[in-house]
Design a protein around this ligand. Structure first.
Ligand code: DTR
Ligand code: ZN
Ligand code: ZN
Length: 313
């Protein structure tokens, strides 16, 4: 069942920033690429994490499916998006006898026959606040969406952002969303980008190796900042990209590691501590705002924005 709460950019909103359209004077040459992704201020992403931490603290210590902390998290994210001119929709479902919610935010404009999606699960486990898992992905996706609004970005393709419920119960929210898509609507999604744990305290830099175009887009970003990446092998089927992949939709994403152990070779290239888990607070009560590596969060947030801009232009 869909509870539709719509907040739209006021028609009077005028694009303040002047986007310089450079058209080449050389006959036949393709116009230069118009828009480049902005830097995502990691301080903004961390401010969202602080809010999610406060929400967990005020709601029994977690943001889990069916608990008050989850809906309070969704309300926080939705309010920011409505204020920024997104069209938001709350999709309701039931799991384990409790009500769950997905939040979908469409950026007005673009070709709705080619939809680029970026998403993350917003729920935590019951053990704790879930700041790395997955406040990190949720806050980065939110801040990238807000950057689209600040830039008044008008991409060729249509942009849609999503925050999933009940991922920790088995990708329940994202499965529900994909199951409710018509065949036509599925065919209109040109790619889904997933961000689940992107600020791990002992971080790795892992890129999903599902769709090659999306994979290469992320790899190009990291090559540009001189950071090597590895193929993500721990999570096939273990996060919200899986239902999209099963529906034949191109998927990709980023991951900074969970309970696997960082090797000496990985520590040599990425820093951090060999012999320790990438996130030793995975699914634990210590997954708080102190369980975040700012550099990983910053880099992954910027890579997220880069891919959104590149794949929708
Ligand atoms: N399923 C995620 C954590 C997770 C573990 N391995 C991967 C690999 C890729 C993405 C996510 C994950 C969770 O516990 O929410
Ligand atoms: Zn988890
Ligand atoms: Zn997760």
């Amino acid at each position: 069942m869909k509870l539709s709460v719509t907040g739209r950019a006021t028609a009077a909103a005028v694009v303040a920033a002047v986007t310089l359209l450079t058209t080449s004077s050389i006959a036949g040459a393709a116009p230069a690429r118009v828009a480049a992704a902005p830097n995502i201020p990691v301080a903004n992403v961390k401010a969202h994490l602080a809010q999610l931490q406060s929400i967990a603290t005020a709601n029994g210590g977690n943001r889990a499916h069916g608990r008050t902390g989850y809906k309070a998290s969704l309300d926080y994210v939705q309010a920011k998006l409505n204020a920024a001119g997104f069209t938001t929709t709350v999709q309701q479902f039931t799991s384990g006898g409790r009500t769950g919610y997905n939040l979908i935010a469409d950026w007005p404009g673009g070709d709705t026959g080619q939809v680029v999606m970026a998403g993350s699960h917003l729920d935590s486990v019951t053990a704790g606040a879930g700041i790395n898992d997955n406040g990190s992905g949720s806050a980065a996706v939110l801040e990238a969406a807000l950057a689209v609004s600040r830039a008044q970005y008008q991409p060729t393709k249509h942009l849609r952002f999503a925050w999933w419920g009940a991922e920790e119960l088995g990708m329940v929210g994202s499965r529900y969303y994909v199951s409710r898509l018509s065949t036509t609507d599925r065919s209109r999604i040109s790619g889904y980008l997933n961000f689940d744990m992107i600020g791990s305290p002992n971080p790795g830099y892992f890129v999903y190796d599902d769709d090659p175009t999306i994979e290469k887009t992320f790899q190009a970003y990291y090559a540009g900042i001189g950071v090597s990446t590895e193929i993500e092998t721990e999570g096939d089927g273990r996060s919200d990209h899986a239902p999209f992949d099963s529906a034949g939709i191109p998927v990709g994403g980023l991951f900074s590691g969970a309970d696997y152990i960082k090797t000496a070779a990985q520590a040599a290239k990425w820093g951090g501590t060999a012999g320790l888990a990438f996130d030793r607070c995975y699914h634990s009560s210590c997954d708080t705002t102190s369980n975040i590596n700012d550099t990983a969060l910053d880099r992954n947030s910027d890579a997220l924005a880069y891919a959104v801009w590149e794949l929708s232009s």
